[in-house]
Design a protein around this ligand. Structure first.
Ligand SMILES: CC(C)(COP(=O)(O)OP(=O)(O)OC[C@H]1O[C@@H](n2cnc3c(N)ncnc32)[C@H](O)[C@@H]1OP(=O)(O)O)[C@@H](O)C(=O)NCCC(=O)NCCS
Length: 175
């Protein structure tokens, strides 16, 4: 398995993994129609083509030697737009780990850890003093994973999925 920066040719495969794994991060009770709207408004192949081409974003994939994508992450540099996030963070410049998703068969396999290690190195090499992320308050597995990598809860924010709002924690690690 290898982590690398995605290219435009990867957009379709990343979008497939994104659509399959996004529901895993949603709390119980999230309406399927809200999940579907989020996937078509944010996670389509066209959107990933845009993310991959965007100089302020870095899309990572973890793939097998047969080029099966088992996980992906997206890093976003710059000052966060959400005032709640800006108020919570204590270190700048910072980088958001905007997405980090692994297919269920690869949970606990080291795939997520590989992408986290790559993400943190990338943020450090870009001159960031910290990295941050949002995680649903009910997503205990992800919170535990981030805590293992040094992230601490520093605040809360709202995350919109279709017509619903979800409660997230803001987590930060100093680099
Ligand atoms: C979040 C994610 C990337 C973490 O990767 P992972 O390979 O599962 O992480 P790890 O197994 O290394 O760590 C998870 C920890 O939570 C523990 N855990 C597993 N299920 C749990 C649960 N239901 N409740 C609490 N802890 C749980 C694991 O035992 C492990 O802790 P340990 O190392 O002390 O044993 C992965 O689970 C994933 O892709 N989930 C679905 C998408 C998602 O939620 N993405 C994050 C969006 S913010």
């Amino acid at each position: 398995m290898t982590v690398r920066v995605a290219t435009i040719d990867d957009a379709h495969r990343v979008a497939e993994v994104a659509a399959a794994t996004f529901p895993l991060a949603c709390p119980p009770g999230t309406r399927p129609e809200d999940i579907d709207r989020f996937i078509s408004n944010v996670l389509s192949a066209k959107h990933f083509e845009g993310y991959i081409a965007d100089a302020s974003r870095t899309v990572l994939i973890d793939e097998t030697p047969d080029a099966d994508v088992v996980g992906y992450a997206m890093l976003v540099s710059g000052t966060p737009a959400d005032p709640a996030v800006r108020a919570a963070l204590s270190h700048t410049p910072t980088m958001e780990i905007s997405k980090l998703y692994v297919t269920p068969t690869a949970h606990g396999s080291g795939s997520a850890a590989r992408m986290m290690t790559f993400s943190v190195s990338h943020a450090r090499e870009s001159g960031c003093a910290a990295a941050w992320l949002g995680v649903n308050q009910q997503n205990v597995r992800a919170q535990k994973f981030y805590a293992k990598h040094g992230f601490e809860i520093v605040g809360t924010k709202i995350f919109v999925v279709g017509d619903q709002t979800h409660d997230d924690y803001v987590m930060q690690v100093q680099l």
